[in-house]
Design a binder for this molecule. Sequence first.
Ligand code: OAD
Length: 254
Amino acid sequence: METLIKKAAEALSASNHAAALTGAGISVESGIPPFRGKEGVWEKFDPMEYAHIDAFLRNPEKVWRVFLTGLKDVVDKALPNDAHKGLARLESLGILNTVITQNVDSLHQMAGNSDVLEFHGTFAHYRCSDCSRRYPNGDFDMSQLPPRCTCEGILRPDCVFFGEMIPPHLLMRSEHIATQCDIMLVVGTSAIVQPAAMIPVIAKRSGATVIEINAESTPLTNDISDCSIIGKADDIISRIITELDAIMGTDGKP
Ligand code: OAD
């Protein structure tokens, strides 16, 4: 483990255009459950019944009442942990340029990263299913579900439901970043949901070093990752930053 952490820190210390792909695992220590595995969101809720666009359109009241309000509450309360802060520090050191995240929790922006691509959208905004008017989180009435726009259209989170496309500009920019970065940090994702899971593959094929940090191995671990560190993201990233500070002669907490 120590050797892998040193290897990751050494590679990062020599980089000035790294990128990161993050998933639900990076926010677990902030109190947001992952989707898959024990305690995962999809253990309790069938995604086809609560997270597919057809299910939402069929019965928005049920999806809001049973699923979205609970998830929104958890996300609303969450604060960045040391893994988010570590990625922000990598940006302030001039190493990491962009975070591509599958998360909707805004924790990377809260931690201080300035270029965050929200691949699956965000819970920071909600939008009208009819007129597309956007509402910042907290700026609409939740006393009756589903919440409605002033035009009476039904509000939905500004995220990507199953059955919906990734906005093409996000997909194109993410793929472009993957071809340009010299290091792709992959943190807290099961790497099975496409097209996000292709991003590290594109990076690898374009010559980047792929450093994976995850609680368990994934389909990337054996074939794509150059360095795979198994553990909790907050712990591993804090240790990488400490090592990096020692190598670079910088000082500061993640
Ligand atoms: P998953 O829940 O599929 O995977 C989370 C990964 O994080 C798993 O491999 C866990 O082992 C790992 N993990 C858990 N706790 C961790 C910790 N403390 N530190 C590091 N790793 C940890 O989440 P995603 O890969 O983000 O999409 O899922 C991708 C997409 O599937 C989501 O964006 C969502 C979901 O369905 C949509 O809703 C469109």
